[in-house]
Design a protein around this ligand. Structure first.
Ligand code: NAD
Ligand code: DAU
Length: 351
């Protein structure tokens, strides 16, 4: 049976890398990128593959069940890789309902279609739900999140992602829908929208703007290069066991302040600035409410069972990422004009 894979959120940061990987690696598949093109969606991310014969684009909101059904029927969708979401924790604190709509109701709309259209033949179809380690809540100074860690989300974003994960499992248990799930740690890399820590700080360093470190900067995140997340999704989509979840991470923990100082050092070198000049931009600001202290993924299951591991070290990945932003300043300029300015003022002015 030919595969017509619907990738939702394919114009976003991670989605665009997943779409590119599937379009180029699997010319025998038809890849349908479905995206509402919110502030975070950008077709510029896919210019290099937009004319590929096996690539299609549909501008559709996953809240529009009728339009979704039309896409399913028009393209005879055989599988779904679901990435479309509201993804930024700070925005979820400002506007939780947007996250309930897209992340929970949008996911259930997709599940309903998959359930109805693939009925009687679930073994030949797969719903791959892309989720986050934030559903597990926060760790103390030690330990790791495994696939059996209980859910304990702390932000409206993570609560909405936890809700979507539960619905995916429930459709597997109740209706027998075939699914796999991946829960990944913090990604970084090209095309990352500059509201998240790494691209925001790269952009601010370029423009000599303050670097707003929340609290004391002692929160810890586990960073993974985005292309390694895309290969993990490829691996689990094709080889993951039905009805199972896989944690994805790079065993690469960094305290925010240490990461920011490393970023400053590399940026000084690449921009030909005096050593220590970017660090002077660091400004400690009011903490994020409910700020999770530490995330750390135990990625042994995906490594041992499916053979996946990251392809780049953090230093390599960060270097590639900074180089991408320095050679794509036009991309940065385009995404930081207009509505971004308003968001930035609301989020950081007087903080
Ligand atoms: P992103 O915000 O960069 O992109 C989200 C994409 O979804 C955008 O293209 C946007 O236009 C689209 N979208 C949003 N609402 C939509 C709607 N209602 N209908 C259709 N399209 C809509 O997000 P990202 O960082 O690329 O994250 C992608 C997925 O991976 C999300 O599900 C996120 O929860 C998950 N995830 C992200 C990370 C990370 O570090 N960024 C880590 C683990 C998991
Ligand atoms: O863990 C996976 C999650 O990682 C994904 O599910 C989310 O979609 C993604 O946004 C990311 O969430 P975080 O909240 O960890 O990422 P963010 O880049 O917003 O923040 C990283 C850390 O940096 C966090 O401890 C907060 C801090 N921070 C962030 C910003 C934007 C700052 O100190 N200052 C800032 O301005």
């Amino acid at each position: 049976m030919p595969k017509n894979i619907l990738i939702t959120g394919g114009a976003g940061f991670i989605g665009s890398h997943v779409v590119r990987l599937f379009v180029t690696k699997y010319p025998e598949y038809t890849i349908i990128n479905l995206d509402a093109l919110t502030y975070a969606g950008n077709l510029e991310n896919l210019r290099d593959i937009e004319n590929a014969p096996n690539y299609r684009f549909e501008k559709v909101n996953i809240l529009d069940a009728t339009a979704l059904q039309e896409v399913f029927e028009k393209h005879q969708v055989t599988d779904v890789i679901h990435l479309a979401a509201e993804s930024h924790v700070d925005r979820s604190i400002l506007s939780p309902l947007d996250f309930v709509y897209t992340n929970i109701i949008g996911t259930v709309n997709l599940l309903n279609l998959a359930k109805d259209k693939w009925k009687g033949n679930y073994a030949n179809h797969r719903f791959h739900h892309v989720s986050t380690d934030e559903v597990f809540g926060t760790l103390g100074d030690t330990g790791f999140f495994t696939e059996t860690t209980p859910y304990s989300p702390n932000s409206p974003y993570s609560a909405s992602k936890a809700g979507s994960d539960h619905f995916v499992r429930a459709y597997g248990e109740t209706y027998g829908l075939g699914y796999v799930m991946t829960n990944c740690s913090n990604n970084y890399g090209p095309n990352h929208f500059p509201e998240k820590l790494i691209p925001l700080f790269i952009n601010n360093i370029i423009h000599n703007k303050p670097l707003p470190v929340y609290g004391k900067g002692d929160n810890t995140r586990d960073w993974l290069y985005v292309i390694d997340h895309a290969t993990a999704i490829d691996t689990v989509f094709h080889n993951g066991k039905n009805h199972e979840g896989y944690n994805v991470g790079g065993f690469n923990e960094w305290k925010n302040i240490d990461l920011v100082k490393l970023l400053c050092k590399i940026m000084d070198e690449k921009l030909g600035r005096t050593a220590g000049s970017s660090e002077k931009l660091i400004s400690y600001v009011t903490d994020r409410p409910g700020h999770d202290l530490r995330y750390a993924i135990d990625a042994n299951k995906i490594n041992k069972e499916l053979g996946w591991k990251p392809s780049v070290t953090f230093e390599e990945g960060l270097g590639k990422t900074i180089d991408w932003y320095l050679t794509n300043e036009e991309w940065l300029k385009n995404v930081t004009s207009g509505a971004y300015q308003q968001y930035y003022e609301n989020q950081y002015d007087g903080r």
